[in-house]
Ligand binder design. Sequence first.
Ligand SMILES: *Cc1c(COP(=O)(O)O)cnc(C)c1O
Length: 419
Amino acid sequence: MIGKKHPFTKEQLEKIAETYPTPFHIYDEKAIRANAKKFYNAFAWNSGFKDYYAIKAAPNPYLMKILHNEGFGIDCSSMAELKLAEKVGLRGEEIMFTSNDTPAEEYKKAIELGAIINLDDISHIPFLEKHAGIPELICFRYNPGPLKEGNMIIGHPEEAKYGATREQLFDAYKIMRDKGVKRFGIHTMVASNELDVNYFMETAEILFELVVELSEKLGIRFEFVNLGGGIGIPYRPEQTPVDLNLMSEGIYKLYTDLIEANGLAPIKLFFETGRVITGPYGYLVSRVLHIKQTYKKYAGLDACMVNLMRPALYGAYHHITVLGKGSMPHQTPYDVTGSLCENNDKFAINRLLPEMEAGDLVVIHDAGAHGHAMGFNYNGKLRSAELLMRENGEVMQIRRAETIADHFATLDFNGLDNF
Ligand SMILES: *Cc1c(COP(=O)(O)O)cnc(C)c1O
């Protein structure tokens, strides 16, 4: 049995649960900061290197402030995300606006904030011009189509709704050049939760080659290449994290061979990662409510798929630790369930775990990205609180749990009187 680490003791979590009832998400500030620094250190050779945290992964202003403090920008794709960026104090080119199927008001807001506009399609050029104007810096999202194999979550690029084709990009940058734009960037994102380091080097190669060709043909100068997000994390204990230094070395070589050799340096390298930055450092803590034995054995938690949807949504593995029972034999197959009236509301199926009983605390790992964020209110389930364990070990609440009043806030029950 291989385990997975977490930074808490059972006593500590029981104590926290006295103030903040389960379920809750808790993030480890120290580990997030250390990880953020590691990412920047890996790419220290590239001056102007920046990672734009994909805020959809964990849209909490406190987490964003920590990351901003570590040098991160923010990657937004909706009005709420733009406004969150504004509230955290990010402005201008610290904001990357990578949207698709974009409403006019969002372009207006993004331009007002001075964000980098990353256009998803050539047809958005007149739309942007009409509603918000053409900014001095422009980026396009590239969809390499059959040139690149996709992976499971995001699918094959030619089936993906995102980005423009190669041919369209030549026209798109030309149109922008002719409109007077002088500053350019390029972006792609073709993977999600990818653990193979070669994948990112191939992506860099495709983008660098395209930059060489676009620069030559159109006589424009690229300021940045945005390699997107999609760096995976080892959800399973036997998996290993992506070696960022190895990735950086590979990309450095491609940069030397393609960008420098063609006289196109310096070009800033950007990422817009979410998962790899906060994913492993957020935990969903929940308590066993019921143990049920029918045709199978079930451990029913006080959390459900509204707290963490990935297992139910795409069968994702999330490691589960039963607190205080790490040294007991893990030989009992459990379905670990939530309370939604949906049979797929399961955090694990046939998972070998120690014998559990009602009242046990469990930690569900790797819930720090695309966890709380994907919450919803089906069955009237309320989103849980988010806590932050500070570097000194203190715990602070960074989002309170929803209440029934929040849930009913959009309903007017008074209207029932004369209805
Ligand atoms: C979701 C998303 C990201 C972040 O993806 P991760 O897998 O969390 O790294 C980055 N860019 C765009 C455009 C996205 O949609």
